[in-house]
Design a protein. Structure first.
Length: 379
């Protein structure tokens, strides 16, 4: 029986010699990791975004020739879960855990466990997941390295609303969540009274919060897979109901058919001059590399009234649903959904072979289709 280290070496050799055939040679095994609590969560609670990408990823891996095992992490069964991963002789572990037992702040622990086992792992490393999820810490690192970020303030659960915050409009968010969890139209505040109300309301469920200066401008999404920079996308807010702030709220992401969903249309490629699009792609790439990013990511940028780009969020391991933004941007770049998943697996094997990130030149992928303007399934 092949050992885990031998399996890793064989996977690395396959990547080095014939990456275009990766996953189509038969006999390869892939573990798909999910958090059982997130998988079972019902969207209608309006509290936590559900995992929706599992089925698409499993089907894609099957089509690429992988024998796939779905391994849900269940509360109280972490030891058995780790044992199953370690004993499975998997060629690659596909990490879809965006939380542990439903807690997003523990997302990095699933990746850290696989790193200890020494298995090829898709997506970002545990330290990148930890640092990017913490909006306070991520903003501080970016600002220290010269990136423009919105002015912000962390508000711990026990803190009183800050008396000296006087920047309006502002937006109040959970300090350590992604997927627009806790972000609703009334998260954007335009007065001291609204700020206090938002803080009191949100921290009852989310704990620590951040207040950010709200950049009321164009929102551009930059997608990265390995060293490939996909065509930028823009969120068109023009169809939002009157008075609704231009944000991608929880309802916009996770409640199909809602006014917020209908009013936030992704446009890819973004209508930007070529030089500006390239500059934003390179800005996102520098921010991602600063956070020791590898695997795949989405970097969200807002352009203020003067066109200054502000880095709003760095999102490692963004949603891989076939109709989500990353798949849409990949399609516009000429990749099928299966090719996107294959590239993510290739990156995991390259990282395992090289012992971590090695500097490679960025490859900018130009748009190869006429683009997509609506939320359509991307297959």
């Amino acid at each position: 029986m092949t050992s885990r280290s031998q399996a890793s070496e064989e996977s690395a050799r396959a990547t080095a010699t014939a990456p275009e055939l990766l996953g189509r040679q038969g006999g390869k095994r892939a573990a798909v990791l999910v958090d059982s609590v997130a998988e079972a969560f019902v969207t209608g609670t309006n509290e936590t975004a559900p995992a929706t990408s599992t089925e698409g990823v499993v089907k894609a891996l099957d089509s690429l020739g992988y024998e796939t095992s779905l391994l849900p992490l269940e509360p109280g069964k972490a030891a058995a879960w780790l044992s199953e991963i370690g004993a499975g002789e998997f060629d690659v572990v596909f990490n879809l855990c965006e939380s542990v037992h439903g807690y997003a702040a523990a997302e990095h622990l699933a990746a850290a466990a696989v790193e200890l086992l020494g298995l090829p792992l898709t997506g970002a490393r545990s330290t990148t997941l930890l640092h990017c999820l913490d909006k306070d810490r991520c903003a501080a690192v970016l600002q220290a390295h010269g990136f423009a970020v919105p002015a912000w303030r962390r508000v711990r659960q026990s803190d009183a609303p800050p008396e000296d915050w006087d920047r309006f409009a502002a937006i109040v968010k959970p300090a350590a969540q992604d997927a627009s969890n806790g972000v609703h139209p009334n998260s954007v505040v335009r007065s001291r009274a609204e700020l206090v109300d938002a803080i009191e309301r949100l921290r009852q469920h989310w704990g620590d919060l951040v207040i950010q200066d709200f950049i009321e401008g164009r929102e551009i999404n930059l997608a990265i897979v390995g060293n490939h920079l996909l065509p930028p996308a823009e969120i068109d807010f023009s169809d939002l109901p009157g008075g609704t702030p231009p944000i991608v709220s929880f309802a916009a992401k996770w409640q199909p058919g809602s006014p917020e969903d209908a009013g936030t249309r992704p446009v890819c490629p973004a209508p930007l001059p070529a030089k500006q699009a390239e500059a934003l792609q390179q800005l996102a790439a520098r921010a991602w590399r600063l956070m020791d990013g590898n695997g795949y990511a989405r970097v969200d940028i807002r352009l203020d009234a003067d066109g200054v780009p502000y880095v709003i969020d760095i999102n490692p391991n963004p949603d891989l649903s076939p109709d989500a933004g990353l798949a849409r941007q990949a399609k516009v770049a000429g990749w099928s959904y299966e090719r996107l998943i294959e590239k993510i697996v290739e990156e995991a094997l390259l990282t395992a072979r090289d012992g971590g990130w090695k500097t490679r030149d960025w490859v900018t992928l130009p748009p190869r289709t006429n683009g997509l303007r609506v939320r359509e399934p991307v297959t």
